[in-house]
Write a protein that binds this ligand. Structure first.
Ligand code: SAM
Length: 281
């Protein structure tokens, strides 16, 4: 009889999320982190970095559609997009559907993540098939230093704020990102959750506020395999708030076949529960 193998990501000392694993497809180490790719019964392929879930085959669409389409359809005329992190390819896969973009640049620090996604997770690794995607292997913190008005949207698709990603949550980094944005630009960052990682969530938002002042807003998406299932995105803007903007004409013309994002979600995702509003005060 085969023993059962379960993987648990601990959210606190007392609680976590557990998958029953069919097979470990890869375990690997780079100078930055440990990577595991699992095949699981209920969530398909799962990528872990340092033991934390980065994405699962079953629900990755929520995160990737929401980190891209909200700023893209809020922007009046996006042309050039920069992604920092995002090595699995899911974010650039969504961006490539916006065929009007001139350029999509991704700066990912760890080639091991890109290689593993291409090998085991073609549903996201396919993001690199688009000719418009320019992948740079390097540190996003260094890459944005000194950039001036080069991008319309910057997407920070990072790991949690430890190791190489820690600086991606700092005020200095957000100030450099602000300089890299053109007028009318947006930065969006995955910003943890309001149940387990409230310290990190607030640190990220408060550091973004250091660079963008009161021009920071948050939106939520529901992702079962991220801690608490309620995921927060922090959005900084140079001019007008994204929550009040939506390019209906471009949305209807593109007619994207998506599974989570739509015009109603674009508006609704900015509606925050009272306890989250209280945290943000
Ligand atoms: N969707 C995921 C989540 O929220 O859990 C994040 C996915 S993606 C795999 C995160 C990527 O950020 C990793 O591949 C990691 O190597 C990359 N990363 C971390 N620090 C970085 C840095 N300083 N510059 C560029 N990429 C970085």
């Amino acid at each position: 009889m085969n023993p059962e193998f379960w993987f648990t990501e601990k959210y606190s000392e007392n609680c976590g999320f557990t998958f029953k694993v069919k097979e470990v497809l890869e375990t690997n180490f780079s100078k930055f982190q440990r990577l595991d790719v699992l095949d699981t019964y209920d969530f398909g392929k799962v990528m872990l970095l340092d033991g934390l879930v980065m994405l699962t085959q079953r629900d990755e669409f929520v995160y990737h559609e929401m980190i891209t389409n909200v700023p893209l359809f809020a922007h009046k005329d996006p042309k050039d997009v920069l992604v920092i992190g995002g090595g699995d390819g899911g974010t650039v896969r969504e961006l490539a559907k916006h065929t009007y973009l001139n350029s999509i640049t991704e700066v990912e620090i760890d080639e091991m993540v890109v290689d593993a996604a291409k090998k085991h997770m073609p549903f996201v690794g396919c993001g690199y098939d688009s000719e418009k995607v320019n992948l740079i292997i390097g540190d996003g913190i260094e890459f944005v230093k000194g950039k001036k008005e080069a991008y319309d949207i910057v997407i920070i698709d990072s790991t949690d704020p430890f190791g190489p990603a820690e600086g991606l949550f700092s005020g200095e980094f957000y100030a450099n990102v602000r300089n890299a944005l053109r007028e009318g630009g947006f930065v969006v960052a995955q910003a943890e959750n309001p149940y387990y990682d409230t310290k990190w969530m607030m640190r990220s938002i408060n550091n973004m506020r250091k660079a963008f002042g009161d021009k920071v807003e948050c939106y939520l998406a529901y992702i079962p395999t991220y801690p608490s299932g309620m995921w927060n995105f922090a959005l900084g803007y140079k001019n007008e708030a994204a929550s009040g903007m939506f390019d209906k004409q471009r949305y209807e013309k593109l007619n994207l076949k998506l599974r989570y994002y739509n015009s109603e979600i674009h508006k609704a995702c900015f509606a925050l529960p009272e306890f989250v509003k209280d945290m943000l005060k």
